[in-house]
Ligand binder design. Structure first.
Ligand code: NDP
Length: 283
C-alpha cells in the first residue's frame, strides 16, 4: 500500500503543502500520497486516530491545531517541547524505546532559520533581532533564532504579558544566557534600530501592520514576514515604503519546514531551491 500523509487544518483549501510534498516525492523518487483534510475545530483527536488507523504514516498540522497536536502526541522532540506546539507528526512503528508512539516535532523555526541563512544569505550571528508576535509561530521560532547567537532578541506583542511570558520561558535555558533577551508591548518598545525584523503576527492575514516605526529600522535592515501572499503582504509593503531594500515573505520558510518534515518521515532530505522557484512561478 502506498504510504499516506496529510495536512490537517481549518481552513485548509489555501494550503500549498500537497504541491510541495508531491514535488519532493518526485524529486527523491519516493512513492507516497499526500492530501489536505479540513478537520472540524473540535475534532482533531478523532481525525488523528482515524487517519492513523487507516494506515496514515504522518501529518502536517496547521492553524488552529498546533497546540492540540502537541497535547495529542505521546513523544515529543526537544524543539516541540520548547515550542509547546507541533506542526509535524510521525506515526512510529519501529522505535525500540517508544514502540508505536505518536511523535510530534516542530519544524517551523528551523524552516525560518534555513530560509534566512541558507536561501537568503542573511546571517543572524551578532545581529539585533526584533520578533513581532508571541503566539505559536513566534514560540516555535524563538529557540532556533537564539541558537544562531544574535547579539540581542526583543519579542514585542500587542498583549505585552504574552511577550514577557515567552521570554521568561526561554530565558531559563542556560545556552540562551549570552543573548540579551527582552519582551514587551509596542508602547514600551525602544526607538532604537534593529537589524532584522521578523513578523510572526497574523496581522498581515488581515492586511494590518503591527505598530512599529521607522525609528526601529536599522539603515540596512531586513524585514521578513512569515506570512506570504501572491499580492505581497501589508508588513512588507510598509517596510518597502520606509526604504527597506531587503524584504522577504514566508514562502521559503514554508518549503523549508516541509523539507524537514519530509526528511523525518522518509529519511531523505529534499532540495528546496527548485521547489521554491516552482511555487513562485505558479503564484
Ligand atoms: P496566530 O493567529 O496565533 O498569531 C497571533 C499573533 O499575532 C499574536 O501575537 C497577536 O497578538 C498578533 N496579532 C494579530 N493581529 C495583530 C495586529 N493587527 N497587530 C499586532 N499584532 C497582531 O498565528 P500563528 O502564530 O500561528 O502564525 C502567525 C503568522 O505566521 C501567520 O501569518 C501565519 O500564516 C504565519 N506562519 C507561517 C509559516 C510558514 O511556514 N511560512 C508557519 C507558521 C506560521 P495578541 O497576542 O496580542 O493577540
Amino acid at each position: 500500500m502506498t504510504d499516506r500523509y496529510a495536512v490537517f487544518g481549518n481552513p485548509i483549501a489555501h494550503s500549498r503543502s500537497p504541491e510541495i510534498h508531491h514535488a519532493f516525492a518526485v524529486q527523491t523518487a519516493q512513492q507516497l500520497l499526500y492530501e489536505k483534510q479540513a478537520v472540524p475545530v473540535d475534532g482533531f483527536a478523532d481525525a488523528l486516530m482515524r487517519f492513523r488507523e487507516e494506515g496514515g504514516r504522518g501529518l502536517n498540522v496547521t492553524l488552529p491545531f498546533k497546540e492540540v497536536a502537541y497535547a495529542a502526541c505521546t513523544e515529543l522532540s526537544r524543539r516541540a517541547q520548547r515550542a509547546g506546539a507541533v506542526n509535524t507528526i510521525y506515526f512510529r512503528t519501529d522505535d525500540k524505546l517508544f514502540g508505536h508512539s505518536i511523535f510530534g516535532d516542530n519544524t517551523d523555526g528551523i524552516g525560518l532559520v534555513s530560509d534566512l541563512e541558507t536561501n537568503l544569505g542573511i546571517s543572524l550571528r551578532g545581529q539585533r533581532l526584533l520578533l513581532l508576535g508571541a503566539s505559536g509561530a513566534a514560540r516555535g521560532a524563538l529557540q532556533p533564532l537564539l541558537d544562531q547567537s544574535p547579539s540581542a532578541l526583543t519579542v514585542v506583542n500587542r498583549t505585552a504579558s504574552k511577550a514577557e511570558q515567552l521570554v521568561a520561558d526561554f530565558a531559563s535555558y542556560p545556552e540562551n544566557k549570552a543573548v540579551a533577551l527582552h519582551g514587551c508591548g509596542y508602547a514600551e518598545l525602544p526607538a532604537t534600530p534593529f537589524d532584522i525584523i521578523i513578523n510572526a503576527t497574523s496581522a498581515s492575514v488581515h492586511g494590518e501592520v503591527p505598530p512599529i516605526t521607522a525609528a526601529q529600522l536599522a539603515e540596512q535592515a531586513c524585514c521578513y514576514d512569515m506570512y506570504y501572499s501572491e499580492q505581497g503582504t501589508a508588513f512588507l509593503t510598509w517596510a518597502a515604503e520606509q526604504g527597506v531594500q531587503r524584504c522577504h515573505d514566508g514562502l521559503g520558510m514554508l518549503v523549508e519546514q516541509a523539507a524537514a518534515a519530509f526528511e523525518l518521515w522518509r529519511g531523505v532530505k529534499p532540495q528546496t531551491k527548485a521547489v521554491i522557484e516552482q511555487l513562485r512561478a505558479k503564484a
